[in-house]
Write a protein that binds this ligand. Structure first.
Ligand code: SF4
Ligand code: SF4
Length: 157
């Protein structure tokens, strides 16, 4: 018998690869990502206003992550920190901690929330709740990231 606690991997993606198709993954050397290893480019990001940050390249034809294959992630064992940390269920749960007005700001930007991923998050969060896994989804870091983006977003008059 094992007393290992479940983690977010207990919430299955079920063959979905939506976030590999839509999100551009920012690399985080401070979290251990080896920039020498990845096919990357420097981009602007809502999370780091005024900076250009390293991110996995996208396939110019499909727009998907360059490492996405029909069988899934080609670098599964070495996927960047963000890929290992991200879960749409966590993102959906974190959105639920924001006020409606703050969620509206994120939607209005157009570069933070993807409808398909939010919908997938709603589904996977439902699965998590149904299976008693809500507790594996810590959201403080995600909420803090959303709050930083909101604070850096100019208000429309
Ligand atoms: S969108 Fe959600 S279910 Fe789909 S691959 Fe990403 S984390 Fe998994
Ligand atoms: S590195 Fe792998 S897990 Fe990360 S976005 Fe690309 S295909 Fe998906």
């Amino acid at each position: 018998m094992t007393d290992e606690k479940p983690d977010q991997n207990a919430i299955p993606c079920g063959g979905c690869t939506e976030c590999c198709k839509t999100d551009q993954v920012i690399l985080r050397p401070e979290a251990g990502d080896d920039l020498e290893f990845y096919d990357l480019e420097y981009i602007e990001s809502a999370l780091y206003p005024g900076q250009r940050v390293p991110a996995l390249k996208r396939d110019s034809r499909t727009g998907h992550c360059v490492y996405l294959r029909d069988s899934g992630c080609a670098i599964h064992g070495r996927a960047p920190w963000t890929c290992r940390r991200f879960h749409c269920a966590r993102m959906f749960k974190a959105l639920g901690r924001l006020s409606r007005a703050k969620r509206d700001i994120l939607w209005a930007r157009g570069d933070v929330l993807e409808e398909a991923i939010v919908e997938r998050g709603r589904d996977r969060y439902g699965y998590a709740v149904e299976h008693g896994l809500d507790g594996v989804l810590d959201t403080d870091m995600q909420v803090a990231a959303f709050e930083r983006i909101i604070a850096a977003t100019p208000r429309r008059r």
